[in-house]
Write a protein that binds this ligand. Sequence first.
Ligand code: FES
Length: 240
Amino acid sequence: MTRGYEQQLRIPIQELISADTTRCSKYPGNSGTSSTPVNVTTPKLDSTQERTDTVQTATRDENTHTSNLVRSENDQDRLDADQLSQCEKAQLDKLLKLAPCPAGVSIDALKVIQEARGWVSDTSLSLLSSYLNVSISDLDSVATFYNLIFRRPVGDIVLHPCNGISCDLMGGAEIRNTISQQLNIKPGETTADNQFTLIPLPCLGACDKAPVMIASKRLYENLDSTQTLGLIDALIKGNK
Ligand code: FES
């Protein structure tokens, strides 16, 4: 069975969310629930580029994780809220029922918040701390350890080209340069329209398919510049 990187995390929040086919709205001003199931389908760039099940999620990279991300204050406010929504609380309650202690759900609780809000702000961290009865510092330690938990605002689509040695030997730097030039952003930055954020990550666990990139929670393999440009175009058009 093919498993996406979100399913590699310790507690199967993906399965929990999929079980009731709902997830919290990305924007707290909305109703708080969506009938859209979480997308776990296998993407294809071509017949040989299927999604891998070996993406690693727990590699720390402070340089890229804390880089300058460009987003307006209004957008930050839009994605933040001063209380947990009913949907968020329901998802957290499901996690708590399965865990032996509240701290055990930290990473998946952070994922719940990020799914709903796009990123994990200080306010969100404080709300989560109160709800789980886990200290802010403990939650922040978890959040900043995992590359795929964002402590700063990001664009709607986060591009994670691999900058590991295997990918670089196979042209990874060219992929990253192609993205930077096409979107006019440097690593750690977000496009002016908030559509894309570029955050290179170290080895994604698919060295045999190098160079690789995660985009919209999917892994794309054996990339070259032409394919990367095509992928960006497809993402802009909403076809990926
Ligand atoms: S170095 Fe890129 S997947 Fe391992």
